[in-house]
Design a protein around this ligand. Structure first.
Ligand SMILES: *[C@@H]1O[C@H](CO)[C@@H](O)[C@H](O)[C@H]1NC(C)=O
Ligand SMILES: *[C@@H]1O[C@H](CO)[C@@H](O)[C@H](O)[C@H]1NC(C)=O
Ligand SMILES: *[C@@H]1O[C@H](CO)[C@@H](O)[C@H](O)[C@H]1NC(C)=O
Ligand SMILES: *[C@@H]1O[C@H](CO)[C@@H](O)[C@H](O)[C@H]1NC(C)=O
Ligand SMILES: *[C@@H]1O[C@H](CO)[C@@H](O)[C@H](O)[C@H]1NC(C)=O
Length: 302
């Protein structure tokens, strides 16, 4: 409902959010194989992707998050929580948890940090790699499980063939083949996996976000094919497309150098690591613009 012309023009209200069984046939494959990776199927094999997609259940409802009964104005209020060091000692936990729904991404450590980041997770956004790597590397910060809230929705960003290999293992309850060979994806859900709460973002949605909201200058350079928005960026735009009011915490700001890389690095200050497949300058600018135009409220700590 915001009248910001730039964002209004970029928005496609009927963009396809989810990928699921029945959506992939040869015609659709030919269209999607036209786009390069990570958000197109160029050079993948039809049967490999099709086998995984045909296991993904069709969402029961086109609506990810229902309007809560307690909502007096019919609005859905969401918090999106990134892992930025800006949250260290912020005491935002209560405020975050007071939203109808809380989105988290990747290494969503909460235990021991509740005062700053809250403890609820309603939507957990991840790739196969980010889930796997977070468990592997964040044990030292107490991250032994992905979030396990009772009604949590697990939303996956497919960024490559390895995600489809993971999905196939996950939905068949078997060991994955390919990049995660020998891993049982289901194990990472600690008995809390239910197909009815599992969603996979459509490559059309992912390209739409990249091309219309986050077109980086990097896309004009030699490494154009590598560039992609962060998982946090996709989570934020998913929230904008599924909630009415979006408050954003722990996302990168202009003054990020004042804080450590991640909020869970409480003791030793580390600086933000810039990966070349992302455009952090653009993310800083975009979060600020969304905030200034009233589309989100960005926690900036001043
Ligand atoms: C193929 O899939 C697309 C997208 O799901 C659909 O619009 C189209 O009707 C399907 N075509 C055939 C021949 O089934
Ligand atoms: C979060 O903390 C509150 C208050 O301590 C507790 O009642 C609730 O069960 C916790 N929720 C989760 C998901 O751990
Ligand atoms: C992995 O490959 C083997 C051998 O081709 C096959 O039997 C098994 O079903 C595959 N696993 C998955 C999860 O697709
Ligand atoms: C998954 O959730 C559905 C809907 O809530 C429920 O009917 C079903 O029993 C659940 N399945 C498992 C395996 O828990
Ligand atoms: C986190 O905040 C505390 C309290 O302000 C501060 O003492 C500590 O240095 C901060 N940690 C990092 C890594 O910046």
């Amino acid at each position: 409902n915001k009248e910001d012309p730039k964002f209004k023009q970029a928005t496609l209200p009927d963009i396809q959010l989810w990928l699921y069984k029945g959506l992939l046939n040869i015609t659709e494959w030919n269209r999607l194989a036209h786009f390069n990776n990570p958000f197109g199927f160029m050079e993948y094999k039809y049967n490999e992707v099709k086998g995984a997609v045909d296991l993904i259940p069709k969402p029961k409802s086109s609506i990810l998050l229902p309007v809560p009964e307690s909502s007096k104005d019919g609005c859905i209020r969401c918090a999106v929580v990134g892992s930025g060091g800006i949250l260290n000692n912020s005491k935002m936990g209560k405020e975050i948890d007071s939203h109808d729904y809380v989105f988290r991404v990747n290494g969503a450590v909460t235990r021991g940090y509740e005062e700053d980041v809250g403890n609820r997770t309603s939507v957990y956004v991840h790739t196969a790699f980010s889930l796997y790597a977070s468990i592997l590397t964040l044990k030292q910060y107490g991250f032994h499980n992905i979030p396990q809230d009772e009604d949590i929705k697990y939303v996956m960003i497919p960024e490559g063939l390895r995600d489809f290999e993971w999905i196939q293992g996950l939905l068949q309850g078997k060991e994955a083949n390919g990049s995660f060979k020998g891993e049982r994806p289901l194990k990472y859900f600690n008995g809390n996996f239910n197909e009815t709460r599992f969603y996979v973002l459509h490559p059309d949605f992912l390209r739409y976000i990249r091309n219309r909201f986050m077109p980086s200058k990097q896309m004009q350079g030699n490494y154009w094919a590598m560039y992609r928005p962060t998982n946090g960026a996709f989570a934020l735009f998913l929230a904008i497309h599924t909630c009415d009011i979006v408050d954003v915490y722990g996302f990168i700001t202009e003054d990020h150098h004042k804080y450590s890389n991640y909020y869970y690095e409480k003791l030793k200050k580390t600086s933000v690591i810039f990966f070349i497949n992302h455009d952090y300058g653009l993310e800083i600018k975009t979060w600020k613009e969304l905030h200034d135009s009233g589309i989100i409220r960005l926690f900036q700590r001043h």
